[in-house]
Design a protein around this ligand. Structure first.
Ligand code: GAR
Length: 216
């Protein structure tokens, strides 16, 4: 059966678009069975509707606490039968309740070379630190914020005259090729979270994850 993805987002949805493009070209043997957002006005929701995908808006402000919000999301995601839950710019912190429910099936993209710069404002922090390299990371989600086992990272060089806008744009280009690629590994049944760490094709990956130059 085709691998089913539920994509969670709060913003523009350019990563969702990259995933949909990869499905359309046959590079990603999966289908998106749900796009879920906590923000009704997120452009990513409009994007999903235009693509004819099932969408759901579950606004955290409508729930008395995080647990009730997350239980509502779990109900909707499980009804969509997701094999992998894809965090693509979903800007709410998820509690152990949610994270444990999807252990080994929940993947996040983060705009930094983790473990550097968990949290927000990653591009500004890399610029302020004078870093020569910056990038994005894909990881399985565990209880630790932006700290789960790394699957892959993609780097960009920081240029002399970069600002947040120019740097984030180049990082996003990397995100858009890396996310579909990693999801293809999932869809092909090659990528798993085990007690030893992240496993691809039966081999445990280094703690730093793969970089895109690595053949896979
Ligand atoms: C992406 O750059 C992603 O790395 C970041 O949000 C952006 C969403 O863009 N995620 C985080 O900051 C998570 N901590 P998009 O809506 O255009 O895909």
């Amino acid at each position: 059966m085709t691998h089913r993805l539920a994509v969670l987002l709060s913003g523009a949805g350019t990563n969702l678009q990259a995933i949909l493009d990869a499905i359309a070209t046959g590079d990603l043997p999966a289908r998106v069975t749900l796009v879920l957002s906590n923000r009704a006005g997120a452009p990513g929701v409009a994007r999903a509707r235009r693509a004819g995908l099932p969408t759901a808006v579950i606004d955290h402000r409508d729930y008395p606490d995080r647990e009730a919000f997350e239980r509502a999301m779990i109900g909707r995601i499980d009804a969509a039968g997701a094999d992998t839950v894809v965090l693509a710019g979903f800007m709410r912190i998820l509690s152990p309740l949610f994270v444990r429910h999807y252990r080994g099936r929940l993947i996040n993209i983060h705009p930094s070379l983790l473990p550097k710069y968990p949290g927000l404002d990653t591009h500004a922090r890399a610029l302020a630190a004078g870093d020569a390299r910056h990038g994005c990371s894909l990881h399985f989600v565990t209880d630790e914020l932006d700290g789960g086992p790394l699957i892959a990272r993609a780097e960009v060089a920081v240029e002399q005259n970069d600002n947040v806008e120019t740097l984030s744009k180049r990082v996003q280009q990397q995100e858009h090729s890396l996310y579909p690629r990693v999801l293809r590994w999932r869809a092909e049944g090659r990528l798993h979270l085990t007690d030893q760490g992240v496993e691809l094709d039966g081999e445990t990956l280094p703690a730093s994850g793969l970089s895109p130059g690595t053949p896979a």
